[in-house]
Design a protein around this ligand. Structure first.
Ligand SMILES: Cc1cc2nc3c(=O)[nH]c(=O)nc-3n(C[C@H](O)[C@H](O)[C@H](O)COP(=O)(O)OP(=O)(O)OC[C@H]3O[C@@H](n4cnc5c(N)ncnc54)[C@H](O)[C@@H]3O)c2cc1C
Length: 387
């Protein structure tokens, strides 16, 4: 496997090279969408540049639930196209594109009502597995199974006996989101893409109506570079409205930020050999195995403060604890929480007031000649967004 080195010398060389010669594609934003776009472009033989204002994956792409999944809950929202697309990507990532980074992870769904719930939820996971198989990418993950209460408690002894009447267990996939982005950037670099972090776009260069490049500030050492490109791709996630404002055109859509918080809890505090998925009033809550820890989350609330520093509130922590404790025999307390992180979902605005109902789909827009904007979407489907 080729790997590119991302040291200070390579960074300086990349910035100088981008300023020296017109690129075919300049990608703005080093999250999963920007990094994936740069890799796609450079492997098509295009002269490609990628600039990131802070560090690779420092935005949303290091603060996710770290799941590569079809999204079982979107099935309930009857968003079949989104689930189908994501399941196809899950299969490709697991089996072909990144089997070294993307691994299977089991989830147990405790059933709380005898009869109808097993039928309803069972049909849901059967459809989920079936849709993955139908795409020919289901292998690599075991199919779901139905568990009695006794069996479920053997698999997840942490559960309170009266919290379930039985369970379903199904598989999805997980990865280290920040590491995955770094791998994309390094691979793009190894194919010849010029990549620089600490490189903020402060404005777009226009020739008439057309965008022909961007002004890039070296945040680490000072200095400004004029980077020219035949096409600029704006992949700045929740910063899209800010970066689009630099173009000076009315945007075709807006990107809202919805905050999601995760708690990090030591492994020995939850006795289980499987992850958990629990229903909440608005969405679902995951308990996800993560090395010597569990990641428990997430929430879904509006955020309109500093996008670079989303933070968990006391109410967010209480919300997560309350929901996970509703099924645990030994409840978690605040003392059990070793870490908390918050991230901002880039959601296309305008479709609904509740952020949990806003579309997880992405949009690719062409607001002016020479500029493409990619926004919204899920980590799992980054490849589709960047194509
Ligand atoms: C709590 C939470 C949980 C999630 N869980 C999952 C999950 O389990 N599975 C899944 O598939 N998806 C999940 N998602 C969604 C997924 O994480 C995001 O859709 C994805 O990471 C967005 O990537 P991005 O590249 O668009 O944005 P970002 O990662 O935010 O990248 C945008 C980048 O642009 C840079 N930038 C901004 N302005 C400039 C500028 N002027 N110049 C240069 N660079 C600039 C920023 O610094 C940033 O690094 C989750 C999201 C959240 C918030």
């Amino acid at each position: 496997m080729r790997t590119g080195t991302l040291g200070p010398d390579e960074r300086a060389e990349a910035l100088a090279a981008m300023a020296e010669r017109e690129l075919d594609i300049l990608v703005v934003g080093g999250g999963v969408v920007g990094a994936g776009t740069a890799l796609d472009a450079v492997t098509r033989g295009l002269a490609t540049g990628l600039v990131e204002a802070r560090d690779w994956a420092s935005g949303t792409s290091s603060r996710s639930s770290k799941l590569i999944h079809g999204g079982l809950r979107y099935l309930e929202m009857l968003d079949f196209a989104l689930v189908r697309e994501a399941l196809k990507e899950r299969g490709l990532l697991l089996e072909r594109l990144a089997p070294h980074l993307v691994k299977p992870v089991p989830f147990l769904y405790p059933l709380q009502h005898a009869g109808w719930e097993r039928l309803y939820a069972g049909a849901g996971v059967a459809l989920y597995d079936g849709m993955a198989m139908a795409r020919g990418h289901g292998r690599g993950l075991p199919t779901h199974r139905h568990l009695s209460r006794r069996h479920a408690l053997r698999v997840a002894p942490c559960l309170r006996k009266d919290a379930l009447v039985g369970a379903l267990q199904y598989y999805d996939a997980q990865m280290d989101d920040a590491r995955f982005v770094l791998d994309l950037v390094r691979t793009a670099s190894s194919y010849g893409a010029k990549v620089a972090n600490g490189a903020r776009v402060t404005g777009f260069i226009r020739e008439g109506e057309r965008v022909v490049g961007a002004m890039v500030t070296d945040v680490e050492h000072g200095g400004e570079y004029e980077v020219r490109a035949k096409q600029v791709v704006n992949a700045t996630g929740v910063w899209t409205d800010d970066t689009q404002a630099m173009v000076g055109e009315r945007g075709q859509f807006h990107v809202r930020a919805s905050k999601g918080v995760h708690l990090v809890v030591p492994k020995d505090r939850i006795n289980s050999s499987t992850g958990l998925i629990l229903r909440t009033e608005k969405s679902v809550l995951f308990v996800i195995p993560w090395g010597r820890h569990w990641i428990v989350g997430t929430t879904d609330t509006e955020w309109d403060l500093d996008k670079a520093h989303p933070a968990a509130s006391s109410a967010d922590i209480d919300y997560v604890l309350e929901h996970v404790n509703s099924v645990l025999a030994v409840p978690l307390s605040r003392d059990d929480v070793e870490g908390v992180y918050a991230g901002l979902r880039p959601l296309l605005a305008g479709e609904s007031d509740a952020t949990s109902k806003l579309s997880r789909e992405h949009t690719v827009a062409h607001p002016v000649p020479g500029l493409v904007v990619v926004a919204g979407g899920k980590y799992t489907t980054y490849r589709i967004q960047g194509r």
